[in-house]
Design a protein around this ligand. Structure first.
Ligand SMILES: [Ca+2]
Ligand SMILES: [Ca+2]
Length: 86
């Protein structure tokens, strides 16, 4: 999937759990395991983190506006559908 810049950046931030701008091996493994976890709740958490642009623990209208204004809606819908079906 060809992710636009802001979505790629959001994914990087999800991988970078300790926010040091590097993805360590354990952060990578933890997040990849989350992607393949059959639990819908864990995938939902991942989508929440994707949309919580300012990382304040809330998804506000502004967060959604920022993410959606930078990404083709088709890519986001496909990403969310794939997460829910895997
Ligand atoms: Ca890190
Ligand atoms: Ca937020």
């Amino acid at each position: 999937m060809n992710l636009p810049g802001i979505i790629g950046e959001r994914l990087f931030n999800i991988f970078d759990k300790d926010k040091d701008n590097y993805v360590k091996e354990e952060e990578f493994i933890e997040t990849v395991c989350l992607l393949f976890d059959p639990s819908f709740d864990k995938k939902l958490t991942l989508v929440f983190e994707l949309f919580d642009f300012d990382r304040d623990g809330f998804v506000t209208k502004e967060d959604i506006s920022i993410v959606l204004s930078h990404a083709p809606i088709d890519d986001i819908v496909i990403f969310v559908i794939k997460l829910s079906l895997d």
